[in-house]
Design a protein around this ligand. Structure first.
Ligand SMILES: Nc1nc(=O)c2c([nH]1)NC[C@@H]1CN(c3ccc(C(=O)N[C@@H](CCC(=O)O)C(=O)O)cc3)C=[N+]21
Length: 289
């Protein structure tokens, strides 16, 4: 039985946000420009509301400007596209985030394609996805960026390590695989059709849960000593009628097996927001400088 180390994403994110705030102050001093982040939210999804609130507060705490656009869920696609174009043209806005998922009547790819790639702080535009894939400077998706920061802090070099990413989404699994490759890890992307998923996971020195299925990854899927990053944030019912947050990994089962693991909450989630602020500052520097 080994002692499983907790990877404190919340503390790491606080340190990162403090560093960003220092850089923002220097940037404002040097240029007279305040980096600005615009967030577009359609409808009233309660989980998204928490995220948007935290984001707005932390943006202001970092010394940046926060512009929130809350639109009714019924807003037409043309109106959303018109808003995105206005934000593209607004010199006070350096980062644009359109909260996903969007209502079914909106073509999310059309919206993402309309965001100026230079302001695409989510890194979801095909230009940024393509630039990441071929190794050019890109705005990189925030959650994968935060995962790799935690991994490098925990492990040092990732070179030659066997990484298994469970989940193939455009927002986490695929870009995370690109970033891990860039760090010279050996990368497998596993998904719902993967044969003998437990055995594939047991090969991993680095195991990433990014599927959005509560506690799907069991303790005996983890190689002893592996580093586990849990991207899932799933709200599940408690016996008393309330709810609690759990990850994609069975956290209690992982104790004594994993070498290190991120908790949920307090792991990857806070890193996502910190990386969003980092990307907004990067975008502002490139747009102004
Ligand atoms: N265009 C777009 N970009 C996103 O990055 C994006 C999105 N849409 N849609 C929604 C998801 C969700 N997401 C979270 C980020 C941080 C926390 C977070 O900070 N969670 C804390 C607190 C959780 C809680 O207490 O509710 C934690 O895990 O410790 C959660 C969720 C970003 N998303």
């Amino acid at each position: 039985m080994i002692e499983t180390r907790l990877i404190d994403g919340k503390a790491f994110a606080e340190t990162l946000r403090a560093r960003i705030a220092t850089e923002v102050a220097a940037f404002r001093q040097a240029t007279g420009v305040t980096p600005g982040l615009a967030v577009v939210l359609l409808g009233e999804d309660p989980a998204s509301a928490v995220y948007v609130r935290n984001k707005g507060r932390q943006t202001i705490e970092a010394g940046m400007a926060s512009f929130e656009h809350r639109l009714p869920a019924e807003t037409s696609q043309d109106d959303v596209l018109a808003l995105v174009r206005a934000l593209n043209a607004d010199p006070a806005v350096h980062g644009i985030l359109v909260q996903l998922p969007l209502p079914a009547h909106i073509d999310a790819q059309a919206v993402l394609a309309t965001i100026d790639p230079a302001k695409d702080v989510d890194g979801f535009h095909v230009v940024n996805a393509g630039r990441l894939a071929v190794g050019l400077d890109a705005l990189v998706p925030c959650t994968p960026l935060g995962c790799v920061m935690l991994l490098k802090d925990t492990l040092g070099s990732l070179a030659g390590l066997e990484a298994v990413v469970v989940g193939r989404s455009n927002i986490v699994g695929k870009p995370l695989a690109q970033l891990l490759l860039r760090e010279d890890a050996t990368v497998t992307i596993a998904h719902s059709r993967t044969r003998d998923l437990p055995a594939v996971c047991r090969r991993a020195d680095i195991l990433i849960g990014a599927v959005g299925r509560p506690e799907m990854i069991k303790g005996d899927w983890i190689k002893p000593g592996a580093t586990v990053i849990d991207v899932g944030i799933n709200r599940v019912p408690k016996p008393d009628g309330g709810t609690r947050l759990v990850g994609d990994v069975a956290f209690e089962e992982a104790q004594g097996i994993a070498g290190a693991i991120t908790p949920v909450p307090g792991g990857v989630g806070p890193m996502t927001i910190a990386c969003l602020l980092a990307n907004t500052l990067t975008a502002a520097k490139r747009l102004v400088g």
